[in-house]
Design a protein around this ligand. Structure first.
Ligand code: 6CS
Length: 316
């Protein structure tokens, strides 16, 4: 077998390192029978959204997909854009991602209907804001040109803060921040550092307003046609990767915060929000759940969110 695995990130970053490790494990376990070529972002033509299309068309067997880039297609996947929904505790969040029926059965089925089969969901870490000005209160977002992924619900969430969101591929983000095309963005710490966004942003707010969730996905036709033992090998390896990728993102997010703080050539003010300050954002973010229920999804999506909320409550 010769398969292709696309990621939305570059060497050294979580998705790419995940895919490499996954490919190595599969190669080893199959005694060299299965070879997987891993592509970093930018190695395949097009944007993150184009890569999703390549997976759907079967040009790629595997891809790591951020639900934010499928928002225009699988509206329900935007559930991950709901800020302050999952527990602040990353371990609890990962446990929910691993065990949730709402996500692994219901949402996965909705993706599969669009020729994207999620095999696992994992967090790449809590998201933080960076800006060319201090972001402490919702008022600070007034008129703020916020870069988001291509998801109507992410955009709506920032409009609720008074910001002016615009969707961009991350390949254009550094330059756009540098030139003031956008004023700020959200991402986990490891990505902010590794993509050097802190070089062109003077402030970073530790807001922990959401998690960056990614999905390990396969083309369903490819997957369903595989012999059972090969499918079992894939499933087992995907499961094995879950604790590994959790540790990977945790270490990177922790150590890269120090890199940002100690980068004296590119000083970045690090602002830690108090619980009270976070509350002001939470108050504006929670009603977006109604918007999701009423405007974004249908009955299936509403049921999925209801079950997910129950599962989250059971973990808290
Ligand atoms: O901000 C983004 O769009 C990118 N962020 C991460 C953490 N991974 C890939 C994604 O495209």
């Amino acid at each position: 077998y010769d398969w292709r695995f696309a990621t939305e990130e570059e060497p050294g970053q979580v998705q790419y390192e995940y895919a490499k490790e996954f490919a190595d494990l599969i190669h080893e376990k199959s005694d060299g029978q299965i070879n997987i070529d891993v592509y970093g972002f930018g190695e395949l033509p097009g944007s993150e959204v184009d890569q999703v299309e390549q997976l759907q068309d079967g040009l790629l067997e595997f891809a790591i997909v951020s639900p934010g880039f499928t928002g225009g297609m699988v509206a329900e996947g935007q559930v991950f854009a709901l800020q302050f929904l999952f527990p602040d505790d990353q371990e609890k969040t990962q446990e929910i991602l691993n065990t949730s029926e709402a996500l692994n059965t219901q949402l996965a089925g909705m993706y599969e209907a669009h020729d994207i089969k999620p095999l696992a969901f994992f967090t790449e870490g809590a998201m933080q804001w960076t800006g060319n000005r201090e972001l402490r209160t919702p008022e600070d977002f007034r008129g703020f040109k916020m870069r988001t992924q291509e998801s109507p619900l992410i955009m709506e969430s920032y409009r609720a803060y008074g910001a002016d969101p615009s969707p961009l591929s991350w390949s254009e983000l550094y330059t756009s921040l540098d030139r003031g095309v956008v004023d700020g963005q959200e991402n986990p710490i490891f990505f902010i550092e590794d993509a050097s966004f802190h070089e062109v942003q003077d402030h970073m707010t530790i807001s922990n307003h959401n998690n960056y969730v990614a999905m390990t996905t396969v083309n369903p036709t490819f997957y369903n046609e595989l012999p059972e033992d090969v499918r079992a090998l894939i499933d087992e390896t995907v499961e094995e990767m879950q604790p590994r990728v959790f540790e990977m993102q945790k270490e990177m997010n922790e150590s890269y915060l120090d890199l940002i703080k100690n980068d004296t050539d590119n000083p970045t003010e690090v602002i830690e929000l108090t619980e009270e300050e976070r509350e002001a954002f939470r108050e504006l973010a929670v009603p977006i759940r109604d918007f999701f229920r009423d405007e974004v999804v249908g009955d299936e999506g509403r049921e999925m969110l209801e079950l997910l909320e129950q599962e989250i409550a059971a973990h808290e």
